[in-house]
Write a protein that binds this ligand. Structure first.
Ligand SMILES: [Zn+2]
Ligand SMILES: [Zn+2]
Length: 187
């Protein structure tokens, strides 16, 4: 099987790394060692910092922090996309632990403007679990060429500083969210 068709998901219960075919990602796969469910991710509470384990299917039930009771998935504007540049890319993306989605865009690009509201929403919704960053490719050609960004919008998905997925074109919000969740679950 093509390794691109598989994702490595670390079991949050026992730590084993499981290889799961992409198409099985959404049928609640189980850990091969301890049989715990693998469709969990870690959402950090923005109020107290506690890391909460969360199965994907509970994300839409307004889950609360197990320690302080704060809402884990926020609707407001607590989470906003951050601007990154050639100068800050190392620090904000490559040195960051966890999941980072980088939107490569330019002000003149119509399809980029179509994607922007979806990214704003995802930045707020997953504020404790992922970062959304925006890179203006006109002003930051070094980073754009380093990642071979030839057309925009291009979304670069990083996990613990490593590029794990590139999405080209203006995808619907649901498709971007699915990819973001998949990255949040992998390790
Ligand atoms: Zn396990
Ligand atoms: Zn909390």
């Amino acid at each position: 099987m093509n390794p691109d068709d598989q994702m490595v998901i670390r079991c949050l219960n026992c730590g084993k790394k499981n290889r799961i075919p992409r198409e099985r990602l959404h049928d609640s796969p189980l850990c091969g060692a301890c049989r715990a469910t693998l469709d969990e991710m870690i959402i950090r509470c923005l109020n107290c910092g506690t890391k909460n384990r969360m199965p994907e299917n509970r994300l839409n039930e307004k889950p609360l922090c197990g320690k302080c009771g704060a809402t884990l998935i926020v609707d407001g504007d607590q989470g906003r996309p951050i601007e990154v540049t050639d100068g800050t890319f190392n620090r904000e993306v490559l040195s960051a632990s966890g999941s980072v989605l980088v939107d490569c865009w330019a002000p003149w690009c119509g399809p980029c403007r179509m994607v922007a509201p979806a990214l704003d929403e995802l930045a707020a919704k997953y504020a404790g679990g992922a970062r959304i960053a925006k890179l203006n490719v006109d002003e930051n050609p070094l980073t754009a060429s380093r990642y071979n960004v030839r057309s925009i919008p291009t979304l670069l998905l990083f996990k613990d500083g490593e590029l794990v997925k590139t999405l080209v074109g203006a995808l619907p919000k649901e498709a971007i969210e699915r990819e973001l969740i998949a990255i949040m679950k992998t390790n």
